[in-house]
Design a protein around this ligand. Structure first.
Ligand SMILES: NC(=O)c1ccc[n+]([C@@H]2O[C@H](COP(=O)([O-])OP(=O)(O)OC[C@H]3O[C@@H](n4cnc5c(N)ncnc54)[C@H](OP(=O)(O)O)[C@@H]3O)[C@@H](O)[C@H]2O)c1
Length: 314
């Protein structure tokens, strides 16, 4: 009797968690079929990672912000492999910008990638999943989806939104046996923090050492430090995702690293008013924020390096 292998679709497989997940899932192709996707320009990065070809693996272009690419890919999977059984919305970008430096286009790009891309894909997969009365949707959120930090407002807003809609979907899909979860990684030790998207005004502020330059300086060093010290690697998070994917009764929210579990606990136990006060007082260099001391940056060149090296600007 032929047994249909569940089909997994993963977005954003060219680096970090997505690439680690592709590597791990490649070892599971006896049990699954995998469609690993990346933007056209980034597909060669998956090939370079040395993942061999297999009849159960398809590498496909998918820019999650493109309606045309989303529709064509889901149609292809339905036609050839009977549809998506497990959707893992991993692709994401992270803006580094204070709210005052964001344009509407910046916010749109942040949301198109982290929120609208995933929700459009979900809507394309749901009819097939409901028809089979089976399926799984795993959305990659973040500690940034539980708490917001200065210079990361747009990112947090997009993850808060993703958390909200995923929670609603969790209830809507229970009667259909479609299991819906959020994975919440904390700071991950990888080069991903170098992939932040810097708004044009943020770049200018740093380059001219003007207002807010010290926010960027302190926050980028602080976040890079947390990521470098983190014990969690993309491989750890990928293993957590697979564990969650195979659980018969997955939780809605799964903190995926030690710091994520700590923040979950902290936001539950400490009254919000006190939590905000503690966080504010402990922000790096907070005494200099808003004082006009931005010209006293230790090394503007170092700030630029910390913020802009290998980073994209939009
Ligand atoms: N790293 C962390 O500390 C951390 C913590 C919490 C949550 N997360 C979340 O984990 C997920 C993966 O992030 P990561 O850490 O692995 O970062 P990453 O290495 O920067 O990976 C992000 C992936 O998303 C892809 N991507 C960006 N825009 C896309 C688009 N429009 N269409 C398709 N793919 C797109 C990137 O592809 P390109 O190569 O084409 O840019 C890349 O493959 C994200 O949702 C992120 O928010 C990360």
């Amino acid at each position: 009797m032929s047994h249909r292998k569940p089909v997994i679709l993963v977005t954003g497989c060219s680096s970090g968690i997505g690439l680690a997940l592709t590597r791990l899932l490649f070892g599971r192709l006896d049990d699954y079929r995998l469609v690993a996707t990346a933007r056209t320009s980034s597909l060669p990065k998956i090939a370079k990672a040395g993942i061999p070809s297999s009849e159960n693996l398809r590498l496909r272009p998918l820019d999650v912000t493109s309606g045309e690419e989303r529709t064509a890919l889901i149609a292809e999977i339905e036609r050839d492999w009977g549809g998506v059984d497990i959707l893992i919305n991993n692709a994401g970008i992270s803006y580094r910008s204070v709210v005052e430096h964001l344009t509407e286009q910046d916010e749109q790009l942040q949301f198109n990638t982290n929120y609208f891309g995933p929700t459009h894909l979900i809507r394309l997969c749901l009819p097939g999943m409901r028809q089979k009365r089976a399926g799984r949707i795993i959305n990659i959120s973040s500690v940034g989806g539980m708490m917001a930090m200065p210079t990361m407002g747009a990112y947090s807003a997009s993850k808060f939104a993703l958390e909200g809609i995923t929670e609603a979907l969790y209830y809507e899909m229970r009667p259909w046996n479609v299991k819906v979860s959020l994975i919440q990684p904390g700071f991950v030790r990888s080069n991903s923090f170098k992939n932040v998207t810097v708004s044009e005004q943020a770049r200018q502020a740093v380059e001219t050492s003007s207002t807010y330059a010290n926010y960027y300086w302190h926050m980028s060093r602080f976040i890079a430090g947390l990521m470098n010290r983190s014990k969690a690697t993309p491989e750890h998070i990928a293993a957590k995702i697979i564990q969650l994917m195979e659980q018969p009764h997955p939780q809605l929210r799964v903190p995926a690293s030690l710091d994520a579990r700590f923040f979950t606990l902290m936001t539950r136990l400490i009254p919000r008013r006190i939590y905000h006060a503690i966080l504010y007082r402990n922000l790096p260099g907070i005494k200099t924020w808003g004082t006009g001391q931005h010209e006293a940056l230790e090394s503007p060149a170092e700030v630029k390096e910390a913020l802009f090296e290998k980073r994209s600007t939009r």
